[in-house]
Ligand binder design. Structure first.
Ligand code: SAM
Length: 295
């Protein structure tokens, strides 16, 4: 066997199955974990470029290399836009990256994270320690293992910010993409609360942004979307839904507040924050279900 053959035979290719007509694949020498949990198929493997990679039901969830973009943008945009975020609800988020970012904000007093799958949390602590960086042990954090929709029906708590860091609308996350769920989110937000949702990659999932716009605008006066490109969520920038019934911080206020966290960050800045809300015409068209260049 030649050296090249030896290297090739050591590697296996793992394919993502998210999109029917386009795939990305990763090569790996080590599958670290392959478990069918009560809710989903969890696979964690090591890739030379992306580091440890997590898949659930064949869909990429997070990688060590590019997670900072997603976690910073999902967290700091609403926490910087809110006038005084003290309590935060994280929905899903089993890898711990969102709570790590939330805890950077000195005014946050309480973080509740509701994750359906305890095994994702346990395996993330083991294989993605840099995602949570000890955040699960922070006294401000309460981890609840439950379906987030069921939790919202039971709890009387209200939050300043709700972040839905869930899987795509299939499997255990499917009912988190419904009007009933967003109504419950709204009912558990304080008056000046902000909801942020992961809303997929619109170039590949063009109906997602329209559905989200439609559902959120039933309960919120101001609904907007902002973008960030996360390399392993293939097909272009992903969008985050941003919904509130209150006035958010001005750019000057965001710049003033940024000094508390900015030297710890690698993607979010006040200007990135502002620019991320600029959507090209084809995305604006998709929001309102008008014919767009890609539909
Ligand atoms: N950043 C990722 C993405 O954009 O695909 C999401 C990562 S995080 C690992 C997603 C988490 O949502 C998973 O751990 C999954 O178990 C959790 N989840 C799915 N459905 C849920 C539900 N109904 N309630 C609470 N957590 C849920």
């Amino acid at each position: 066997m030649t050296q090249v053959q030896k290297i090739a035979s050591k590697h296996q290719w793992i394919e993502e199955t998210l999109h029917p007509s386009w795939q990305q694949r990763f090569n790996t020498e080590h599958t670290l974990c392959d478990i069918q949990t009560a809710y989903q198929h969890l696979v964690i493997f090591k890739n030379d470029w992306f580091g440890n990679v997590m898949m659930l039901d064949g869909n990429i969830q997070t990688t060590e290399k590019d997670e900072f973009i997603y976690h910073e943008m999902m967290t700091h945009v609403p926490l910087m836009a809110h006038p005084n975020p003290k309590s935060v609800l994280v929905i899903g988020g089993g890898d711990g990256g969102i709570i790590r970012e939330v805890l950077r904000h000195p005014n946050v007093e309480k973080v509740v994270m509701v994750e359906i799958d305890e095994i994702v949390v346990e395996m993330s602590k083991k294989y993605f320690p840099n995602h949570s960086q000890g955040a699960f042990n922070d006294p401000r954090v309460t981890l609840i293992i439950d379906d987030a929709a069921a939790f919202l029906k039971k709890t009387n708590d209200r939050f300043d910010v709700i972040l839905t860091d869930s899987t795509d609308p299939t499997g255990p996350g499917e009912h988190l993409f419904t009007e009933e769920f967003y109504q419950n989110c709204k009912n558990h937000l304080e008056k000046d609360g902000i909801l942020v949702t992961q809303s997929g990659v619109p170039f590949m999932q063009p109906t997602g942004i329209y559905n989200m716009q439609n559902m959120l605008s039933t309960f919120f006066e101001a609904v907007d979307f902002y973008q960030a490109t996360i390399p392993t969520y293939v097909g272009g920038p992903m969008v985050f839904g941003f919904a509130t019934n209150a006035q958010t911080n001005s750019f000057d206020e965001i710049k003033r507040r940024a000094t508390t966290v900015q030297n710890q960050l690698h993607y979010w800045t006040p200007k990135i924050h502002q620019a991320a809300f600029l959507l090209p015409p084809f995305l604006q068209a998709l929001r309102t279900n008008k014919k767009s260049q890609i539909s």
